[in-house]
Design a protein around this ligand. Sequence first.
Ligand code: A3P
Length: 321
Amino acid sequence: TSAGDETQPKSYSDLVSTLPARRGWVSLVQYQNYWLNPGRLQHIIPIKELYKPRADDIIVATYLKCGTTWLKALAFAITTRHAFAADAGDGGHPLLTVHPQEAVPHLEVHTPGQGLANIEKLPSPRLLGTHLPLSLLPPAVVSTCRVVYLCRQPKDVFVSLWHFVKGMRGGRSPVEMDAALSMFCEGVSPFGPVWEHYLEYWKESLARPEQVLFMRYEEMVSDPVRAVKTLADFFAVPFTEEEERAGVPEEIVRLCSFETLSGMENNRTGDLDCGDNTVIGKSTFFRKGKVGDWENHMTKEMGKKVDDVFQDKLKGSGLVF
Ligand code: A3P
């Protein structure tokens, strides 16, 4: 076995020094086919063994910049709607004061006092987020809990990621966009290759549709009410006729919309502790929230480069962008 196959290395820094590494856009090491932040390996690797999926866990899984914040907000609002009404006019809904990224804990993001041990102590039912590819999660995840996966048109993912990475570095990037795009198309992006990430979940969604729901950002944008109803059905908490008559799905869509969430004071100012000495401005998770923004940042040739790579890598899978 290669060094990257070990699950419990004595020292993560020793392990990191044995792995293929790439610098440039972002510094990454390759571990079991995926490019990962070397500083987070110590949290990522143990998840496969230490995270114990429960039958009533709901996992919100995404590649970066595919709409994690939005999906977390929606999943939270749907599953807690009997405790917190989305249309409560008294400011009582948690999403009015808690950033969606905080409302749903992320498996691989560990801050002081908030790690996997705490997640294991959470009462059921748990709502958990992750950017990990399926192959780095316990195999029991897809046979035990419900996983909702959100993907997005890759050109918009790249543009969103480009801005996000720059934003984390005070608006600067060590490389030009062209160079970052080349790495993205080689598969060298955080948690990349993106197509592998998509494909792992896509295949499981076909094999086990009752366990893995595969969604697209673009579909959620074009019909968010339908998306919310699909999610509620999948989570086994479908809207009753009475709820539908009362417009509950619409209220949830409104509460979790880009306009509402990005406009809230709590989401506009301050930072999120994302663990490992990384703080990210809360507003960084809200940029434009549009489909097709890539056209404003990339040339047609750059767009074609992404299209060609994804067409080739996804060939025969049935997953098309
Ligand atoms: P853009 O950079 O294209 O605007 P993630 O949450 O996975 O990090 O993804 C961030 C992307 O989702 C950003 O895309 C962000 O603006 C968009 N987004 C955040 N909240 C949203 C919402 N409520 N509705 C739609 N898009 C949202």
